[in-house]
Design a protein around this ligand. Structure first.
Ligand SMILES: [Zn+2]
Length: 337
C-alpha cells in the first residue's frame, strides 16, 4: 500500500467514506473505540469585579418538567411558541443553579448554597443532577471552612438546604448567615404547612438548615449594606423576604438577582406571568417587573441564579417585556462586561 493511495483514501477522494477507505486499504483499528465518558466537568467560572474576585460555581441543573406546570397565568398560552422560537424544549424546562462566591479582599461570601444533601430523598426531589455545590467549590480551590458569610436570597430548598450536611452538622463552620428575617420566620413556622404539597418538606428543610445557624444569623434589611460593597434590595413575592444583592466595586454594579426571574425567556418576555413556587405570585410579578425595569434602565450586570450557566449577562427592554443578553464567558474573561 503506497502512502499516496492511503492518503487519497483517507481524504475520501471519489466519495469514499473513511470507514470504507480503511476497509479497502486492509487496515483495521487495533483497539476498541474510546468509551464515552459521560461524566461532568467541574463547573466554575472566575472573574474580577473591580477590586473583588468573583467565582460562579454550579450546583447542577434543576429539571422542572412540563413548563405549563410551573409557569402559569398571564401569557402562559404562548409558552410552547416562546420556547420553540428560542430553540428550547417546549415539553421540559430545565433551570441552572449558579452560586456566587465573592472575595472582597476582606471576606469570603457565598450567595446561596444549592440543594445540598441535608434532606435525604427530598434533596433529590428535582432529580439526581443537583447537589454539586461542594464538589465544585473545592474544584475552584475554595474550602467551606474559608466562607465567612453565607448570604441567602431566600429560604427555599435550592438556596439554603446546603447549609448543613445529612447529619445536621454545619457545612460552613466559620460562617455567619445573612438573610431576611421575614423569610426565616415564615419558613421555620409549622403553621405555614398548608397549600401545595411542597410546603411540608420546604419548611422541614428550612428548619433543619437555618436553625443550625441561629446563633450566627444576620438579619438583612432593605438598602442595608451587608458588607462594604454589597447592598441588600428587598424584592418580596417569590417568598415573603426574597432579597437580591447589588455588588459594587470599581464603579461597576452587578446585581445577584436570586429568584427574581426563573426563566430567561418566559419571565422576561412576560414578566407578569406567574411561577408555581411563588408564595405570592401576583406580588412576585409586580416586583419582577419593577426590578427588571431598574436593571434595564441602569444597565447593571446581572448574575441570575437559574439562568443558563453561568447566569451572567444584562437585561434589555424589548417589545412589551425584556430580553436576556448573556455575557461572553471564556477563560480570559474579566467579567460580564
Ligand atoms: Zn430557586
Amino acid at each position: 500500500m503506497s502512502i499516496g493511495l492511503n492518503r487519497r483514501a483517507l481524504l475520501g477522494a471519489g466519495g469514499v467514506t473513511f470507514a470504507a477507505a480503511l476497509a479497502a486499504a486492509g487496515t483495521r483499528p487495533t483497539h476498541a473505540a474510546a468509551p464515552m465518558r459521560g461524566d461532568l466537568p467541574p463547573a466554575w467560572h472566575r472573574f474580577k469585579w473591580g477590586e473583588f474576585e468573583a467565582t460562579v460555581i454550579s450546583d447542577g441543573s434543576l429539571p422542572l418538567g412540563k413548563p405549563a406546570d410551573s409557569f402559569v397565568g398571564p401569557g402562559a398560552a404562548q409558552i410552547p411558541e416562546m420556547l420553540t422560537a428560542n430553540f428550547l424544549d417546549p415539553n421540559a424546562a430545565t433551570l441552572e443553579q449558579n452560586i456566587l462566591v465573592l472575595n472582597t479582599g476582606r471576606q469570603l461570601l457565598l450567595f446561596d448554597t444549592g440543594m445540598g444533601e441535608s434532606m435525604g430523598a427530598d434533596s433529590k426531589m428535582f432529580g439526581p443532577t443537583t447537589g454539586r455545590m461542594l464538589a465544585n467549590l473545592r474544584a475552584a480551590g475554595i474550602q467551606p471552612e474559608q466562607i465567612d458569610m453565607v448570604v441567602a436570597t431566600h429560604a427555599h430548598c435550592d438556596h439554603v438546604w446546603g447549609l448543613v450536611d445529612a447529619n445536621g452538622q454545619r457545612v460552613f463552620p466559620n460562617a455567619q448567615v445573612a438573610i431576611n428575617e421575614a423569610d426565616v420566620k415564615f419558613w421555620t413556622d409549622d403553621a405555614n404547612k398548608r397549600g401545595p404539597a411542597f410546603m411540608g418538606p420546604f419548611i422541614e428543610g428550612a428548619k433543619k438548615n437555618l436553625n443550625a445557624y441561629r446563633d450566627r444569623m444576620v438579619m438583612v434589611r432593605n438598602e442595608q449594606e451587608v458588607v462594604p460593597g454589597v447592598v441588600a434590595i428587598f424584592t418580596p413575592g417569590h417568598t415573603v423576604g426574597h432579597t437580591v444583592y447589588a455588588i459594587t466595586s470599581g464603579g461597576r454594579t452587578m446585581v445577584n438577582t436570586g429568584d427574581l426571574a426563573h426563566h430567561q425567556v418566559l419571565l422576561l418576555r412576560q414578566p407578569m406571568m406567574e411561577f408555581a413556587f411563588d408564595s405570592d405570585p401576583k406580588q412576585s410579578a409586580v416586583t419582577r417587573s419593577r426590578m427588571l425595569d431598574r436593571l434595564a434602565t441602569d444597565k447593571h450586570a446581572v448574575l441570575s441564579y437559574h439562568f443558563p450557566w453561568p447566569g451572567l449577562g444584562h437585561v434589555k427592554k424589548e417589545g412589551e417585556g425584556y430580553a436576556w443578553v448573556p455575557s461572553a464567558v471564556n477563560v480570559t474573561s474579566v467579567g460580564p462586561g
